[in-house]
Design a protein around this ligand. Structure first.
Ligand code: PGA
Length: 254
């Protein structure tokens, strides 16, 4: 059985004061739901105080990005060794990074290797655009992203993958549970071709894209879908707790 996993990607929202408030508002509610891995991904500048606030709970933190070099003349970048100790996870290859900051599969693969070498666990994001979807090229795109992202990386059950169709992110137009499950099954098979089916069956694969408390059940009830990467709805304490609560209940068969 794969342990359910719900991560909140806060993106470029909240200053430090707001981040502290948000964590205080969700901490107790989240802390009770210990059958699910709960991961908060605030902006870099709030990771340190977020760590202080979640100390003593099993709520984990993640960064939203990272550069692949350890240190040096890379003005404005944050390295894996800076993140080590501040968070357990790091989101890599989010479509906003791929599209707006021109990150390629090659760069994302460098980041994956650097994260793992530093002891961070990547949440590798992938997904097709609307045009690719409409042209029937979803699987082709995803197999490139799996092969590119995991190239030359040893089989690893602890990494997490998030399938996030670009057309569903921040649009209010989520995929259906059935669609997402079918694509995630394909991603798992592709991971299986590289890493063997035993490892692929253990890797958690999430759905992301307009997940809310109103639609989480549709995704989480699918056996292929192990959780969600939640953007907008993770900025609302009550809704995010509700998403985790429903996930815990559904995966426990309640
Ligand atoms: P959304 O974002 O839930 O706001 O659509 C998801 C994501 O980009 O991770």
């Amino acid at each position: 059985m794969r342990r359910p996993f719900i991560a909140g990607n806060w993106k470029m929202n909240t200053n430090v004061t707001e981040a502290i408030e948000l964590i205080k508002d969700m901490k107790e509610g989240l802390n009770l739901l210990s059958t699910v891995d709960r991961v908060l991904c605030p902006p870099f500048v709030s990771l340190y105080c977020a760590g202080e606030l979640v100390r003593g709970t099993d709520i984990e933190l993640g960064a939203q990005n990272m550069y692949f070099k350890e240190k040096g003349a890379y003005t404005g970048e944050i390295s894996p060794i800076m993140l080590k100790g501040l968070c357990k996870y790091v989101i890599l290859g989010h479509s906003e990074r791929r599209q707006r900051f021109l990150e390629t599969d090659v760069m994302i693969n460098e980041k994956m290797k650097a994260a793992l070498a530093a002891g961070l666990l990547p949440i590798l994001c992938m997904g097709e655009s609307l045009e690719e979807n409409e042209a029937g090229k979803t699987n082709e795109k995803l197999s490139h992203q799996v092969q590119g992202g995991l190239k030359d990386i040893a089989a690893n059950k602890a990494i997490v993958i998030a399938y996030e169709p670009i057309w569903a992110i921040g649009t209010g137009k989520a995929a259906t549970g059935t669609q997402a499950a079918a694509t995630i099954k394909y991603i798992r098979e592709t991971v299986g071709k590289m890493w063997g089916s035993e490892v692929a069956d253990s890797v958690r694969i999430l759905y992301g894209g307009s997940v809310t408390a109103a639609n989480i059940a549709e995704f989480i009830k699918e056996l292929q879908i192990d959780g969600a990467l939640v953007g907008g709805a993770s900025l609302k304490a009550r809704e995010f707790i509700d998403i985790v609560k429903q996930s815990a209940a559904i995966k426990q068969g309640k």
